[in-house]
Design a protein around this ligand. Structure first.
Ligand SMILES: C[S@@+](CC[C@H](N)C(=O)[O-])C[C@H]1O[C@@H](n2cnc3c(N)ncnc32)[C@H](O)[C@@H]1O
Length: 257
């Protein structure tokens, strides 16, 4: 689901929801060596670079060539960042390298999040922290939801599930870190958003998501027109003042023994 628009969407998303407080809470500080696993267009990587400062180092890992080149542009001002084109769980990075590993909104996309977490643990130093963050039920927490949207969401979920995307990975993060043998686990639930009438930025965000999803999801609908009808109904719902939409972000972190 890589596209030029997806990179722009990620940058806008990061502007709307800065990660700085969550990075500070996770212990990101000057001088650390940090991995950003699945850095996308580099929006959160930029905050990492600012926080570790000139004495720190950041490795930006991203499998998508286009997103990685957008990340290079986003981070052009920093000489403390290195770029690696690779994907979890096969990063090719040396063992026990990082003080802190950050993995933000990535695990929901992976068929084998357990293997991915094992790799995050392998590359962090003993005593270092692994921090994973993901949404839970993103786009699905709307009430009341029109029947047409209910039906379309079920089809989209089936398509995503078949493609290995797990929209409920947020609630599973703690268990994933626990199974990987990390200690000193901490968990957080942060509000991501709550609104009734979506603004233009939000509508654009969802149009971009639906465009990226089209190839995967449209075949699950009786016809292309039925897919378009669902997208239209979903966007209308986003503007309906009688419907609450909300989202949460879960973070789990733990230490490698
Ligand atoms: C929603 S974006 C999040 C990007 C970034 N972490 C952020 O918060 O802005 C999901 C990212 O996961 C990346 N990704 C997909 N499969 C991956 C894998 N196997 N290993 C690492 N990253 C992956 C995508 O290319 C994309 O950049």
């Amino acid at each position: 689901m890589e596209s030029q628009d997806e990179g722009q969407r990620l940058l806008r998303q990061a502007d709307a929801h800065p990660s700085r407080e969550r990075l500070l809470r996770a212990g990101v500080k000057p001088g650390l060596r940090v991995l950003d696993a699945g850095c996308g267009a580099g929006a959160v990587t930029r905050e990492l670079c600012e926080l570790v400062g000139p004495t720190g180092q950041v490795t930006a890992l991203e499998p998508g060539a286009r997103l990685l080149s957008q990340a290079r542009a986003t981070l052009a001002a920093f000489d403390t960042v290195t770029f690696v084109q690779a994907g979890l769980p096969s990063t090719g990075l040396p063992e026990a390298t990082f003080d802190l590993v950050w993995c933000h909104l990535v695990l929901e996309h992976l068929r084998d999040p357990e293997a991915a977490v094992r790799e995050l643990v392998r590359v962090v130093k003993p005593g270092g922290r692994v921090v994973v963050c993901d949404v839970d039920g993103n786009g699905l927490l709307n009430w009341p939801q029109p029947a047409l949207v209910d039906d379309g969401v079920a089809r989209v979920l089936a398509a995503l599930e078949a493609a290995g995307v797990d929209l409920y990975v947020g609630r599973k993060l703690h268990h994933l870190l626990w199974r990987a043998g990390l200690t000193q686990l901490r968990d957080w639930v942060d509000p991501a958003f709550a609104f009734s009438v979506a603004d233009e930025r939000w509508l654009d965000d969802w149009r971009t998501r639906f465009e990226a999803l089209r190839g995967l999801a449209e075949p699950r609908f009786p016809s292309p027109a039925a897919w378009e009808g669902f997208v239209h109904a979903f966007l209308l719902m986003l503007k309906d003042p009688g419907v609450l939409k909300y989202g949460v972000l879960l973070t789990a972190e733990g230490t490698r023994a």
